[in-house]
Write a protein that binds this ligand. Structure first.
Ligand code: ADP
Length: 484
């Protein structure tokens, strides 16, 4: 298979500006989540390929890329953004097919990728150091410099968006990147590499090595030539990456998911809240780090919210990505098994509603009926663990104190939202909720390329998106001159 119209061979890696097979020549099958068939094969990159990619990145830093002024890096990012939009239809099809995402959701991801490039294009020459008043006879200033070679390990749920936010910010600051996409979904990473090349990104500034996490991913994390690691994925692998990076004393940015709550108070505008309550849990079939999987509802409106959400679930359609329904398949039948075992753990709970899977959905696809539970005790496993599938739990609360206690009562802290028309309550909760982002009378702010994002607790640390990411992808040098 060749990825048209870009003529990419997905069994090739992108290293030093050139496409070629892995050094070992091995390949892996890439499965179509909508029907379980083999879409194509991808290269199974090894430690030797990672080593070649890290060397290519270092050579780029020592060469043309390392010498480019910031505004020129910005111009290249702007061209990449324009190329992404030029190929929006192709990229939408690719991401939809590869991830199993309904077409409309995949298209939004392409737009987000372009937005990251536009944002970081404009930001590239706007980050600078400071002069610091010091003792007589000195001039002291700081320089913001790239880390050097940055490693980017990306998951399968939002490849384009996560590449956009992490590689976009890293390139803006002048780093050279080695990207290891997930073995379950990596076609858009390959297409992105080709787009970067066409947009004039110097050879070696971005290198893409596909392969297994335990092989290529582990080799990238352990490589002594990498000066910063950014990872989005599971808590378990995040811990491995942090401890491996610690051996090289390399900083890491970890974004590890959550159990994000929406708090619905009696004075909320329920008509405004309802679409957010449901969609924030079911976008990308619930396989979203910032998915809202817990809905906390005050007693006075509890029955109303449960009834309305139940009706919304019964109206949902689940089916193949290309049919562009509300919910697509999960990434794999393995993931489907994990999510179904969680649903089974809810056998003791009140199941309010389950969505219908389209009767013509292919048998080999990884479809799970979106499921809504109510009256769920806050300590129940379904209210504590990240399910990463189309499952939401509704939990009642009496008052603000109890709502805060339940909302903060998991090990995660990525996103939270408050639905209430009381301004004072909004301000109080914005301070007391344990999360990296708090939304007031909305959820997610439409992705918010400009808005710093990241977690506390098991949700990880470090901030991506917005200007904040540029500080994370750079290091500060202090220069003190004694001149008398
Ligand atoms: P999920 O459980 O959702 O599949 P993972 O955390 O396993 O997510 O995977 C996210 C990314 O981490 C993927 O690109 C995967 O290849 C990579 N990965 C998995 N295991 C390791 C590892 N031991 N070291 C480095 N990267 C890994």
């Amino acid at each position: 298979m060749t990825l048209r119209p870009m003529n990419i061979d997905p069994t090739h890696l992108f290293i030093a500006g050139a496409w070629g097979p892995s050094l070992g020549g091995d390949v892996l099958p890439l499965l179509n989540p909508s029907d379980g068939s083999t879409l194509c094969h991808i290269a199974k990159g090894s430690a030797a390929d990672i080593d070649a990619a890290v060397r290519a990145a270092q050579a780029a830093l020592d060469g043309e890329w390392g010498r480019l002024p910031a505004f020129e890096r910005g111009r290249i990012l702007a061209r990449i953004g324009a190329e992404v939009l030029e190929h929006i239809d192709h990229l939408t099809d690719l991401e939809s097919m590869d991830v199993g995402k309904p077409l409309t959701q995949a298209r939004n991801d392409v737009i987000a990728l372009a937005r990251y490039m536009e944002f970081y294009a404009g930001a590239a020459d706007k980050i600078h150091g400071e002069t610091i008043p010091f003792q007589d006879g000195y001039t002291v200033y700081t320089l913001r410099e790239p880390h050097g070679v940055t490693g980017h390990i990306v998951p399968w749920n939002y490849p384009m968006q996560i590449i956009g936010r992490s590689v976009g910010a890293a390139l803006a600051m002048g780093n050279a990147c080695v990207l290891k996409p997930a073995e379950e979904a990596c076609l858009s990473a390959l297409a992105f590499a080709e787009i970067c090349s066409r947009a004039g990104l110097p050879a070696g500034a971005l290198n893409v090595v596909t392969g297994l996490g335990a092989e290529a991913g582990a080799a990238l994390t352990a490589h002594r030539g990498v000066q910063h690691m950014s990872f989005t994925g599971s808590v378990g692998v995040g811990k491995v990456i942090q401890s491996t990076s610690a051996q090289n004393v390399v900083p890491v940015t970890l974004e590890l998911g959550g159990k994000s709550p929406q708090l619905v108070f009696e004075d909320a505008d329920l008509d405004a809240a309802l679409p957010f309550l449901v969609n924030a849990g079911l976008q990308n079939a619930g396989q979203t780090c910032s998915a809202s999987s817990r809905i906390l509802v005050q007693r006075g409106v509890y029955d109303d919210v449960v009834a309305r959400m139940g009706a919304a679930y019964r109206a949902l359609k689940v089916g193949p990505a290309a049919a562009d329904l509300n919910v697509g398949p999960l990434i794999s039948n393995r993931q489907k098994g994990i999510v179904e075992s969680y649903i089974a753990k809810g056998a003791d709970l009140r199941m309010v509603a389950q969505a219908k899977i389209a009767s013509d959905a292919p048998a080999g696809g990884a479809y799970v009926a979106a499921t809504l539970f109510a009256d769920v005790p806050p300590t129940h496993v379904l209210a504590q663990e990240e399910i990463f599938g189309p499952v939401q739990v509704i939990i009642p609360f009496e008052d603000e104190e109890e709502a805060i206690r339940i909302a903060n009562g998991t090990e995660f802290g990525l996103v939270a939202s408050v639905w209430s028309l009381s301004g004072a309550r909004q301000m109080r909760l914005a301070k007391r909720l344990r999360a990296g982002q708090v939304f007031l009378n909305n959820y997610g702010a439409a992705g918010g390329v400009e808005l710093p994002f990241g977690g506390v607790g098991l949700s990880g640390h470090g901030r991506e998106k917005g200007f904040e990411a540029l500080y994370g992808f750079s290091t500060l040098k202090t220069v003190a001159a004694l001149h008398g």
